[in-house]
Unconditional design. Structure first.
Length: 85
């Protein structure tokens, strides 16, 4: 399972680039497939890690995560399989 429902309308997945869980809610379109999820629109996470500003902007389609070019991490521009929980 690549996406997990944590409460009604709240979901999360493990982001390999950030090495942490990201959460999204029912305002996003989710195909309901927990093994090959498609979520839209693009998901944007911003925050701080080790006192550095972090930006993770991604699209999830058929169980793959595509990191957009405006990400602050080294996986920007890459497409990889989402990891299972």
């Amino acid at each position: 399972m690549k996406v997990k429902e944590i409460s009604e309308g709240q979901f999360h997945f493990f982001c390999p680039a950030c090495r942490e869980v990201h959460t999204f809610d029912s305002t996003f379109r989710f195909n309901g497939d927990f093994k090959k999820p498609t979520i839209s629109p693009a998901i944007l996470f911003t925050g701080y890690k080790n006192n550095e500003r972090v930006r993770c902007h991604c699209l999830i389609t058929d169980g793959k995560i595509r990191y957009l070019q405006d990400c602050s991490h080294l996986k920007r521009g890459k497409v990889i399989e989402l990891k299972d929980f």
